[in-house]
Design a protein around this ligand. Structure first.
Ligand code: PMP
Length: 392
């Protein structure tokens, strides 16, 4: 089965393979020096060989932070591992409620609801807020989970050109749905550019539309860590629904929606991925609580992240690569067609640098997707720049 289809993928260089990493013995390293252990986030062992990892969304290096690991252990000792049921039955713990209060407060919203992943949040929340007779306006480069959420919703879709507020404006004028919802990534996960939220929110206000943002890559990165709304100085309010993940800059796992209490009550009663799925284990929840604390206590992490981003971005631009419109620690580097991009990613691997080639259908233009973090060293960045210069 699927022999011909798979063969076609292989011939077109589009066959994907999983690259599982080996353990870097984070748990075995009993040193409590955070700089030592956090450094592991910038390294990846593949086939037993250590590579500098430029593919992770662990922007602040928190995934291996000793306090995060301790938080998981503490909760596991207290609550065990599996949660055993969905949240509406008996799967939740007091930690779940605590995290919801804390993330809502951090984001300046009234209330929050935890979802098991960002993918689940989008495919569950979007159909809960939009249905037949409604219209969703969606940026053409929105994440796959938004696209799937829109498909599941049965609402009419109007796709606007990437970050094109005039096009959005044109489309929204023409549509007369019961409810209008504009959905956008804040930081686009493959291009690393930022949605013009001020203008988009202005359009929403003018047309009485809801703004739904996916702040997966903005949380912990933009607006002093609070995310894209804070970056643009937009105050959360009744017409704004914010989704975000704990799995990227917060180094943990899971996702959240923050919004007005009514919206959260509605999602609690109608979002199928919330209602019909086993709750996240308490140990994952406790790591998110700890990560939020670290984020709020350590503004230097974000400062280092942005310094590293500037160093790498400037270096890549000096080499005259096309970085599309990157404005964030996600830096796409366009090398050529799929084949050339794959070959270049392999060349980087031969220099012990891991930066994967991203190919169609994930993106239209093949590219290396480079992500830089707060735990890369200047030497790591310079090494990457040196190997990139071979492509020129
Ligand atoms: N939204 C965006 C913009 C993402 O980049 C991702 C993850 N790649 C998700 C949602 C899904 O989040 P998760 O990995 O937690 O399922």
């Amino acid at each position: 089965m699927f022999f011909e289809e798979l063969e076609r993928l292989r011939q077109d260089n589009l066959f994907r393979q999983i690259k599982d990493r080996n353990a870097l013995c984070v748990m075995g390293n009993e040193s409590k020096d955070p700089s030592l252990i956090s450094h592991h986030s910038s390294r990846i062992l593949i086939n037993g060989i250590e590579h500098i990892n430029f593919s992770s969304n662990d922007y602040l290096g928190l995934a291996n932070h000793p306090s995060i690991i301790e938080a998981a252990k503490r909760a596991m000792k207290k609550y065990g591992f599996g949660s055993g049921a969905s949240r509406l039955l008996s799967g939740g713990t007091e930690l779940h409620g605590e995290l919801e209060r804390k993330i809502a407060e951090f984001k300046g919203a009234e209330a929050a609801l935890i979802f098991n992943s960002g993918y689940t949040a989008n495919i569950s929340a979007i159909p809960a807020i939009a249905g037949e007779g409604d219209v969703i306006f969606s940026d053409e480069l929105n994440h796959a989970s938004i696209i799937d959420g829109c498909r599941l919703s049965r609402a009419k879709k109007a796709i606007y050109r990437h970050r094109d507020v005039e096009h959005l404006s044109e489309l929204i004028k023409k549509e007369n749905g019961k409810r209008k919802i504009v959905i956008t990534d804040t930081v686009f996960s493959m291009d690393g550019d930022i949605a013009p939220l001020k203008e988009i929110f202005g359009i929403c206000l003018k047309h009485d539309a809801i703004l739904y943002i996916d702040d997966a890559h903005g949380t912990g990165v933009l607006g002093n860590g609070k995310g894209a709304l804070s970056h643009f100085g937009i105050k959360p309010g009744p017409k704004i629904i914010q989704m975000g993940t704990f799995s990227k800059a917060l180094g943990s796992y899971g996702a959240f929606i923050v919004a007005d209490k009514n919206v959260i009550d509605w999602l609690t009663n109608t979002a199928r991925g919330f209602i019909y799925s086993t709750a996240l284990p308490a140990c994952a929840i406790n790591t998110s609580i700890e990560a939020l604390k670290i984020l709020q206590d350590n503004s230097s992490l974000m400062k280092t992240l942005w310094q590293n981003r500037e160093r790498l971005f400037k270096g890549i631009r000096d080499l005259e690569f096309d970085t599309i419109n990157s404005e964030t620690p996600i830096i796409p580097v366009v090398i050529g067609n799929t084949n050339t991009t794959l070959k270049f990613s392999e060349l980087l691997m031969s220099h012990n640098i891991y930066a994967p080639a991203i190919r169609p259908p994930t993106v239209k233009i093949p590219r290396l997707r480079i992500t830089v973090t707060a735990v890369h060293t200047e030497d790591d960045i310079d090494k990457l720049l040196k190997v990139l210069s071979f492509a020129k």
